[in-house]
Every structure is written in C-alpha cells, then in structure tokens.
Ligand binder design. Sequence first.
Ligand code: NAD
Ligand code: MG
Length: 385
Amino acid sequence: MSVKRIALFGSTGSIGTQCLDVIAANPDKFSAAILTAQTNDELLVQQALAFKPILVVIGDADKYQKVKNALAGTATQVLAGANALEEAAGTDVYDMMLAAIVGYAGLKPTLKAIEIKKNIALANKETLVVAGDIVMERAANAGVQILPVDSEHAAIFQCLVGEDNNPIEKIILTASGGPFLGKKPNWLVNVKRDHALQHPNWSMGAKISIDSATLMNKGLEMIEAKWLFHLKPNQIQVVVHPQSILHSMVQFEDGSMKAQMGLPDMKLPIQYAMAYPQRIKNAFPRYDFRKPNTLTFEEPDTRTFRNLLLATEALRKGGNMPCILNAANEIAVYAFLKNRIGFLDMTEVVERTMQKITFLEKPSLDDYFESDGEARSFAASLIQM
Ligand code: NAD
Ligand code: MG
C-alpha cells in the first residue's frame, strides 16, 4: 500500500501520541500530514520537528508566535485559533483523519473532513453522541468510511467483517467498571479527582478517565454504537468485565456470538483503523491463556452508577437528548477536575440539565449547536450555586 497521509487532530493527547507511535513504527505505511493541539505547544513543536507535517494547528492563539518561531526554517505551515481546526480539516493534504480531539470540539473538524470526502478513524466518541444522525448520513452520502478507534467499537467492527447481510440480534459492550467497581454512593461521595484519574487497565486523557470512573463513558459508547452499527436501543447491552481482555461481542440471529480479544492497548485499534482492511505485524505484548487468569463478567450496578441510566434514557429518547447529556457531562467533568463539585454531583448536574433543556425530536445541525450551548450554560449555572 502507498503511504497514507494522516491528519491527526488532537496529536498531543493519549490517543494522539499513541497514533504517532504507530506512524513512527510504520514509516512505509503512514505519514503525519497535519498535527493539532489545543494548549501543549511544546509537545506540538517537538512532534512537528520529528514528523515534518505539512500543517500544524495550535488552538490557543496566544501561542501562535511561539510555535511559528520554533518551526521557522521548516516547511511546516502554522495555523492558530478556533477556526483554524476547520480550515486545516478542509485542506486537501491528507488521506485520512484520525479524530482524537476530546469532546464536542471534535465535531466540526470531523464534519469538514467528511465534506472533502476523507475517511475518518474516529476516536472522538462525542462527535457521534452529539450529532450521530447527521454525521452518519453525511458520511454515507459522501462515500466516507467511519472506522471506530474506541476499543469496544473496533471490536464489534472486527466481529462484523464478513457478516455483511447477517442481522445482529444484539451487541454486548464490555466495561472495565473503572477504578470504583464495587463501591457504593456513601463511599463515592468523598472521592477526589486524583483518585478518580487512576484507571486500573487503561492510561487515558483526564476527561475519559473520569467518564470511566462514573460509567458515563459506557453510556456515551452505547449511543456511539447505535449510530455506528445502526442498532435499536434494546439491541445494546453492557456487561462489566474488569480484566478488559474481551473488548466487546456481537450476537447474531442464530444465537452465535463473536468476540474480539487482546491485551488492553489502544495502539491495536488505532493501527487497525488506520490500516483497514489490512492488519499490521507488530511486537506488542500478547495475551497468554496458559498463565493463571480468570475472566469474569457481571451486571453493571446502575443504582450506584446512575450515569448509565441517564445515558440509556438519552439513547431511548433520541433527538437532542444525547447532545444535552454530553454538554452537561463535559461541564460537570471539568468542574470535578477543578475540585469544584463532588463525584456524585456530576450525575446530578447531568440529570437536572436533561430535565431543563427543551427536547427536540428531529434537530438540525444548528439545533444541536444551540442545544449544546444552552445545556452548557444551564449546567454551569448549577455549579455556580
Ligand atoms: P486527551 O485529553 O489525552 O487529548 C485530547 C487532545 O485533544 C489533545 O491533543 C488536546 O490538545 C486536544 N484538545 C483538547 N481540547 C480541545 C479543544 N477544545 N479544541 C481542540 N483540540 C482540543 O484525550 P484522549 O484520552 O486522547 O481522548 C481523545 C478522544 O478519544 C476522546 O473523545 C476519548 O473519548 C476518545 N477515546 C480515548 C481513549 C483513550 O484510551 N485515551 C480510548 C477510547 C476513546
Ligand atoms: Mg472505549
């Protein structure tokens, strides 16, 4: 295969840096055409000097001159500011976007990439939570492939290879249960950010680490799965599997189930999405069934981790409800990370915002933008109190 030029949106994050590891290990297969970062200019410059992209974007416009000076004498062009992400996404210098920005901010650049018919390796699940109907419809109309990077969805995608016309009875998303598996609300009420950031199996960015601790991550993933695999809400089940070896399963109409397995390492789904339909040989550690190990499965404790119920409600209701849930959750998570609200307050903020914002059954893209803004202001007003 010829060298695939990757536009890596969110290159300084957990997914972004692991994507660059994959590119560095496979210079005959991939190059980095665009790199973007929000605030970490030093790492962005370091990455740009190593990977020589055509274009870099620093979101924080105050850092433009610093990045520009550091890359003077190189061929890399520098853009900065809020609109620069979309401008970069619309520049025809790449073959595939790896969407690894965190949160709602990933939506617009991804839509722009679809507009210029670039395939998307999608890590940014919030894009589908906010506007999954529009994103999937535009991708289908443009003939663009959306290849999931989220490990559960990458697992399901792999289980479906070769099953073109075989209907799915249901999918089973596995959840590690996060760092607080087995804990109850009277214990969780005292949890602080540093503890919540310690995930047992995965090393990830701050926002998704908190989402994993509250199980909101699994809720967002249910909504992500609905759009990726065209499922009805009652076809999506969640099971807790603390060892994170089975990355998810599909059950077909004959009752037969397929699962995709492996050690928890995001580089695997990242390189699968980037190289699809090929698999790339690598030296990543392998899971060994001969070693003593137990794989366990249990039902999630939704009485404690109520975010999963709220996300299920948003999934069932559809319309702008997942967008509202996501916006309120982003506000709540960042407030928790700043020690402004407690662990259980995050659920409260999301629930009250879902009750407050006007429900729209068939929102337009502008309606989604508006609902996002309204939900953010309302959620923020709850935190002021
Ligand atoms: P991270 O916080 O480590 O990195 C986020 C990246 O996005 C950084 O490069 C940052 O500069 C950029 N960014 C942040 N805010 C931005 C904004 N407002 N505008 C533009 N850029 C911005 O996050 P991560 O853990 O790498 O996660 C990225 C996405 O991938 C998330 O949507 C997450 O849910 C998803 N994901 C991550 C993992 C994982 O293992 N980390 C697994 C599955 C899915
Ligand atoms: Mg996941």
